[in-house]
Design a protein around this ligand. Structure first.
Ligand SMILES: Nc1ncnc2c1ncn2[C@@H]1O[C@H](COP(=O)(O)OP(=O)(O)O)[C@@H](O)[C@H]1O
Ligand SMILES: [Mg+2]
Length: 257
């Protein structure tokens, strides 16, 4: 069974169809790439899957359970989190606090204030700090852990996004262009981090425009165009597919790295 299955998802904005019935499967324990020209509906699909924008129609099954229409915190509590194309977070807070903020958005955390000052609350806080430090270490963010997030380089902001996603101990991470605007060395480092996550049993669905990254990282590639699933297969198959090439014509070309 696929870890994530999208069935016939539709979404319009003011009468314009952004998603016209998308079907998609994401197998567990691998990196699936989601590519397609600008405006294909990739980010909107992420928004529907993660509860930011409810689909008008269709089903979204996470481990067999329909999550369509759930709120983002309900979706993330089920182990599905995402990063954003434009890094979010709170720029004036430190890297550590940005991480802790996400660890604090887990089920049951709303009870924390009631417990404040209690030993259980202090233990919970220490656990969260330990987890944040572990994540900062693995993402090479330790040197800047006390700095405000606004001081980070573009690449470090992307790493912080991934770190915030990891704080909620996800089964499935959706990444929206995690290396856009990042220098090549850091982009390849981010790629290595993603592979390591998959090695630990996390499943990844990756929107990416850098075709060398897609070729290197993705076991399976899904191509979207005009709000639909157009084709899927290995990267080499997709790059050679005339339908895919036609979809990219006059926009971005799929170049085999
Ligand atoms: N909140 C919104 N309001 C209106 N139109 C939107 C909204 N979100 C996405 N769209 C439209 O949906 C289409 C798909 O966009 P998007 O999902 O961002 O594509 P991609 O990520 O593949 O570039 C575009 O035509 C875009 O303008
Ligand atoms: Mg997008």
């Amino acid at each position: 069974m696929a870890l994530l299955e999208v069935i016939g998802v539709q979404r319009s904005f003011y009468g314009v169809h952004a998603l016209c019935g998308v079907d998609l499967k994401v197998g567990a324990g691998r990196i699936t790439g989601l590519i397609g020209p600008n405006g294909a509906g990739k980010t909107t699909l992420f928004n529907c899957i993660t509860g930011l924008v409810p689909p008008d129609r269709g089903r979204i099954l996470l481990a067999g359970r329909d999550i369509a229409g759930m709120r983002p915190e309900q979706v993330s509590a089920r182990g599905l989190v995402r990063t954003f194309q434009i890094a979010r977070g709170l720029p004036r807070l430190s890297v550590l606090d940005n991480l802790l903020l996400y660890g604090g958005q887990q089920p049951g955390e709303r009870m924390l204030p009631a417990l404040l000052g209690s030993r259980a609350a202090r233990r919970r806080e220490q656990e969260l700090i330990d987890r944040a430090v572990r994540i900062a270490r693995r993402l090479n963010l330790m040197p800047v852990i006390r700095n405000p997030a606004s001081d980070l380089s573009g690449g470090q902001k992307k790493l912080l996004e991934i770190g915030r996603a990891l704080m909620s101990e996800p089964k499935l991470i959706l990444l929206d262009e995690p290396v856009a605007g990042v220098n090549p060395a850091l982009a390849s480092e981010i790629g290595e981090h993603l592979k390591a996550l998959v090695g630990e049993g996390i499943t990844v669905l990756l929107i990416e425009h850098h075709m060398d990254m897609v070729a290197r990282l993705c076991d399976q590639v899904v191509v979207m165009a005009e709000g639909r699933h157009l084709a899927e297969g290995s990267f080499a198959e997709m790059a050679a597919d005339p339908r895919v090439q036609a979809a990219y014509m006059g926009r971005r070309r799929v170049a085999v790295a």
